[in-house]
Design a protein around this ligand. Structure first.
Ligand SMILES: [Mg+2]
Length: 362
């Protein structure tokens, strides 16, 4: 069995093509990208990455380069569970989430890529291989857009092949949200899947009031209505709002997801492979959701995540995320009639343009 030979982590600040905004992060002009390249004793390579919305990326790179990488050298590269447990306990004190889990995630993604490449299988097959076609929505980061631009952006997304749309809510006045979502619903027609995302903006009572005010708009789900720390609040919103609730992009462990599912606090668990603990934990969350008879959706990193959702029968929509990493990839996400297609290339098939990224390295 091959062993880990090198672990390389790089940190980049990537400008956004256009500034984006949501209800809690304000205006975003760049994101941070931390890439990981792991080579083994046979000379094979696996690639992983994580990202932030603008802060903490340097710490993540340091944790990988100083704390994780050196301790992984010489170990069996394919033993992803053992390596994950080791990384978790290396960073456990002060970890159990946050940037430590993002660091573990990036390494774990690279290890799974390496393992699938060596098996000469697409990652989704190595993980179970349910169906390479995954329903996909365009995740608009569009709270700042005037209504006419919001709708024209939506038209462009439909032209690209999307058959489901998510828009931001959480404007200063609820009446603005109601007007914008009502306009979007009229624009899309009755049955077109429409999700809304509040990015934790509201209190529990505000969220319930907003969900009730928006009930006529028939949204597929309301995402992150309030802070992720409030499990009971989410359960109340699920019970009292009458609207399905998605949450998980700010949960960072299997156990946090388990608490949500046990408390009936989430309808669509929404892990992000780059911050929940990597492929290892994402798959555990997906299977845990199956045991609760829940679908699993996703946040961010659609290029890797399409494989994870293609591996499980309880997959819901893949989020096609709005950060525009596609500019630095050899193969942009393939979308056909509303489905993202997991590629048949070995591994996750994500190939960075390292020359273009080198200019953005910090
Ligand atoms: Mg979101």
């Amino acid at each position: 069995m091959s062993t880990i030979a090198t672990v390389r982590a790089d940190y980049h600040r990537v400008p956004l093509p256009v500034a984006l905004a949501d209800s809690t992060h304000g205006e975003m002009t760049c994101f941070e990208l931390v890439t990981v390249r792991i080579s083994d004793s046979d000379g094979a390579e696996g690639v992983g990455y994580t990202y932030t919305v603008g802060a903490g990326g340097g710490a993540i790179q340091h944790m990988i380069a100083r704390d994780l990488g050196p301790r992984l050298i010489g170990q069996a590269a394919a033993k992803t569970e053992a390596l994950w447990q080791q990384m978790w306990w290396i960073l456990h004190y002060g970890g159990r989430g946050g940037q430590a889990t993002s660091a573990i995630s990036a390494v774990d993604i690279a290890l799974w890529d390496l393992k699938a490449r060596k098996a000469n299988q697409p990652l989704y097959v190595s993980l179970g291989g349910f169906d390479p076609r995954v329903p996909c929505y365009a995740g608009g980061i569009d709270l700042h857009l005037p209504q006419d631009e919001l709708l024209s952006q939506t038209d462009r997304n439909i032209d690209k092949g999307f058959r489901a749309i998510k828009m931001k809510v959480g404007r200063p006045r609820l009446s603005e949200d109601v007007q914008r979502v009502t306009a979007m619903r009229a624009h899309l027609g009755d049955d077109f899947p429409l999700m809304i995302d509040a990015n934790m903006r509201w209190s529990v009572d505000q969220a319930i009031a907003a969900a009730r005010a928006l009930r006529e708009c028939n949204v597929a789900w309301l995402e992150e209505p309030t802070i992720p720390d409030d499990v009971h609040g989410h359960a109340r919103i699920v019970r009292e709002s009458g609207v399905p609730i998605a949450a998980g992009e700010n949960l960072h462990s299997l156990h946090e997801f388990a608490q949500y599912m046990r408390a009936e606090a989430v309808t669509y668990p929404e892990p992000d492979v780059t911050n929940c603990g990597g492929v290892t934990v994402f798959m555990k969350i997906a299977h845990l959701a199956e045991s609760f008879n829940l679908p699993v959706t996703s946040h961010g990193a659609h290029d890797v995540t399409v494989h994870l959702l293609a591996a499980v029968s309880n997959r819901s929509y893949l989020e096609a995320h709005g950060f525009g990493l596609d500019r630095y990839l050899a193969y942009p996400l393939d979308i056909v009639d509303g489905n993202a297609i997991a590629a048949e290339r070995p591994g996750h098939g994500v190939e960075f343009d390292w020359d273009a990224l080198a200019a953005l390295r910090v």
